[in-house]
Write a protein that binds this ligand. Structure first.
Ligand code: UD2
Ligand code: MN
Length: 589
């Protein structure tokens, strides 16, 4: 229980963005909280902290006035070209005080002009693509918000205005989900009248959550394409033509931009790498994962071409309006925040549509480390009831798997009525979740009929292999492969999958990994991001109970120090008891 709860806390709402940089063998992740983490050429795991600013121990709370006044005071050059904003030392305390309001650096945001310039981050070839956009259908851009800051909200609006071809922009629709801030009321109504394109505002006076708010916006939209954005985005040149162009090619496509990072401390615009696709872990948390070998090969032919993704992040996408409603719009049983992105992702794929990431479309999103608003009904209750709906309607046996390992969702399950959504699944003759996993995400790490799922127990020590704890900075729990007391209950920390190809993997797409050549007689076994490379392949010999590294025929053993906390190694097979492993099946549905 300790492990599981700690794990949940660590991974709780981890911002999903990681950035990949592939320079030869080097894989680099830059996380939104300014930590950098990569595996260098020797396979050494490096984490570099880059936190800027001095943490202050006692930060006074933001005052009522700070929260309710619009303090937008642009300085002409602040944040120009997407560069970071520098806060003077004398303002640091005020900065931290203001930070709490929206959980981003409001002081910095309020200095940046609404129409700041941004670099054109697209691949060069993109500039010659989607040039006949004059013939494209028109878009309604829908932005829902709850207590958003003025500067971030209207920088989103202005970035749409100045970087969308006016021929294909029908309107911008703002939906206010019961914001309390004074400046978002009458002053906003007046301000939008001055804007050079049609901007409409619809308001809910009771909090209805982002799904219902987006549904309202979609129903009011006049354009034949719906484009959804969060209220703290910045669009770059070419963003809209490429999304709409992708839908014109195939109207059953949900087109997503590459989501770049607006840094929550400095508001710098950071291009994120295009080698990611979206998926999810056993807890149904959205995650970015690196594309595997075959997708990379497919993409290397033309890296400006849209590519499929098993799931979308949720906030930023474009879709044909008619198709949006034909496909069942959104699940209006979903409350406040969370889960709707997976619901739409599964529905699209299973019911004959597709989701693509469009490399020529780049939109920045302000990623935060925590959520600034209240969750009526409690954050757990809302999120888990949304996810329970996803599992019940779309995931078949894997829904049972989710409930088995997720107590919070299990508790809500019986109170959840999804009959209207099950109807939609029937009406649209949707495929099952097994098809989705096999065909759309074959690299997935979920249990399957033809795979081992369960504990891996060392016979000599009577200890079990465990997944390392995720680092604060990382989406993926990585580290030295270690043993721990085997638990009596079934807990995800000691659950592993072994595929027919010999990959031993677990939640969050991490795999048992060892070097192909031994280093000084023994090599450490690590748990690393699954790569599909042979260094992550293993063979299990049922008779001898040995786990053998596929390329060099070395056996997995505990470290020579014989302390299982020192981690596992691969070494010459000797038949000793610590080289024997039991693969204990655990029922998962
Ligand atoms: C991500 C998505 C977000 C949504 C969410 C899961 C991206 C970049 N963002 O989290 O769009 O899919 O996952 O639900 O993919 N809002 C309301 N009413 C509410 C709560 C939020 O209107 O009760 C608005 C909010 O002001 C914002 C949008 O909904 O404009 C998304 O909320 P968020 O920015 O907190 O979500 P985020 O980016 O953490
Ligand atoms: Mn957001």
């Amino acid at each position: 229980f300790f492990f599981v709860s700690l794990f949940i806390v660590v991974l709780w709402r981890r911002s999903q963005i990681a950035q990949h940089d592939h320079e030869e063998n080097q894989e680099k992740h830059i996380f939104s909280n300014n930590q950098e983490e990569y595996v260098d050429k020797r396979g050494v795991h490096v984490v570099v902290g880059r936190y800027i600013g001095n943490p202050v121990n006692k930060i006074p709370n933001a005052t009522y006035d700070m929260i309710n006044t619009n303090n937008f005071k642009p300085e002409p050059n602040a944040g120009k070209d997407g560069l970071p904003v520098v806060i003077e030392p004398k303002d640091l305390l005020k900065m931290q005080q203001l930070f709490q309001i929206n959980r981003f650096n409001l002081l910095a945001s309020d200095k940046i002009p609404l129409n700041r310039t941004l670099p054109d981050v697209r691949k060069k070839k993109c500039r010659t693509m989607y040039t006949n956009y004059q013939n494209y259908p028109k878009s309604s851009v829908i932005i829902v918000f709850h207590n958003e800051a003025w500067s971030t909200l209207f920088r989103t609006v202005w970035s749409v205005i100045i970087r969308s071809p006016k021929e294909i922009l029908e309107e911008i629709i703002l939906v206010d989900d019961a914001s309390e801030r004074e400046f978002l009321k009458e002053p906003l109504n007046e301000y939008i009248k001055t804007l050079p394109v049609s901007v409409k505002i619809f308001r809910n006076h009771k909090r209805i959550g982002l799904v219902a708010a987006r549904l309202l916006g979609a129903r009011k939209a006049q354009g034949s394409i719906l484009v959804f954005l969060d209220a703290h985005c910045e669009c770059t040149t070419g963003w809209l033509e490429s999304l709409v162009g992708t839908i014109v090619e195939n109207p059953k496509t949900i087109a997503c931009p590459v989501i770049d990072i607006i840094n929550d401390d400095t508001f710098s615009y950071v291009k994120s790498f295009e080698l990611h696709w979206g998926a999810f872990n056993w807890n149904l948390q959205f995650r970015w994962f690196t594309l595997g070998g075959t997708e990379l090969k497919k993409r290397s032919k033309d890296n400006t071409k849209p590519f499929m993704t098993p799931a979308m992040a949720g906030g930023l996408f474009a879709m044909d309006r008619k198709y949006f409603f034909d496909l069942g719009a959104y699940d209006d049983g979903m409350k406040v925040w969370g889960g709707e992105n997976l619901e739409l992702s599964f529905r699209a794929w299973q019911c004959g549509g597709r989701i693509e990431i469009v490399p020529c479309s780049h939109v920045g999103h302000l990623f935060r480390k925590s959520s600034p608003y209240t969750f009526p009904g409690g954050i757990g209750e809302t999120l888990y009831s949304n996810l329970a709906r996803v599992a019940l309607v779309w995931m078949d046996e894997w829904g049972d798997f989710y409930f088995k390992f997720n107590e919070a969702a299990r508790k809500i399950k019986d109170k959840t009525d999804v009959s209207n959504r099950v109807q939609i699944r029937k009406k649209l003759h949707c495929k099952n979740f097994e098809w989705y996993l096999n065909k759309i995400w074959p690299q997935h790490f979920f249990p399957m009929k033809d795979r081992f799922f369960g504990r891996i127990r060392n016979v000599g020590e009577n200890q079990c292999l465990i997944k390392p704890l995720g680092k604060e900075t990382s989406n993926q729990p990585m580290g030295i492969a270690k043993l721990n007391e085997c638990l009596k209950e079934d807990m995800v920390v000691e659950m592993f999958v072994m595929t027919q190809d010999g990959f031993i993997m677990t939640d969050d797409s991490v795999c048992l990994d060892a070097p192909e050549k031994e280093v000084n007689g023994v090599s450490k076994v690590r748990i690393m991001a699954c790569s599909g490379f042979t260094r992550q392949k293993w063979k299990y010999n049922k008779k001898t109970q040995e786990l053998i590294h596929a390329t060099n025929n070395l056996c997995m053993d505990i470290s020579p120090s014989k302390k299982y906390t020192d981690g596992l190694v691969i070494t010459e097979c000797t038949g000793t008891k610590t080289q024997k492993w039991k693969l204990e099946e655990v029922p998962w549905h």
